[in-house]
Structure formats: structure tokens, C-alpha cells
Design a protein around this ligand. Sequence first.
Ligand code: ZN
Length: 121
Amino acid sequence: MVENINTKRVAKRYYRKKNTLFSLLDKIKLWPSRTGRLHGLKTIELKGEIATLTTHCGETYSIRNSRNSRAARWLRNKFYSCTCSKCRIPDWKLEKYGQTFFSRAYGSFLKKSTREEYYAP
Ligand SMILES: [Zn+2]
């Protein structure tokens, strides 16, 4: 019998809502643009309070590290209408994201990182 890889279970993961936007982006590597398109992140470059995101399709965005911004909310709520065809986000990544949940009372604080600057304040 051939095993169907689509039925392979993806482990659920939980992150705290308190996590900063930069730390979530660093972990999830997906960016919900204002038009409702989900992009794959290639690089995140920090300049003080501002991060410059570069997507796989070559778009760049300058963002602030806010927990309550549109992007942070959309990322937590998995609010997007389509995925970017140029970014070619792999299925496993979307599956992993689909099994990622955000909770006020439960989950990882995402503090153990070598890129500490993402996690302040
Ligand atoms: Zn894209």
C-alpha cells in the first residue's frame, strides 16, 4: 500500500499572543500583505525599530514590531485570501502554519533565540 503523504499528521504548536510580530515572523516566515495575499519570507533585516522584509517574490516591506498591528492580527488569525503564486510557499509550510495556534494563556514565548533583538521589548 502506498502511504499518502497528505494524511501525515502535523503536530500542533501554540504560541503566546504576547509574542512580538518580529519573533512570530522569524518563526513562521510568512507575511500577510495588505491585499490579503500570503507571501513567503526570504529575509528579515533589522534596523532599530524597523524591520525590512523581503519576500521570495521580491517584494519588500518596512514594518514596526507591534503586537497589535494589522499584520500581527492577520498573522495570528490566519487571515488571508490567497497565497502568492510567485513565492511558491510549500504545502508543508502552510500545513504547519495551519496547525499553529495563538493563545493568551498557553504556548511558547519564543524567547530562546540567537536573534535576541527580535524579541524585545
Ligand atoms: Zn510573494
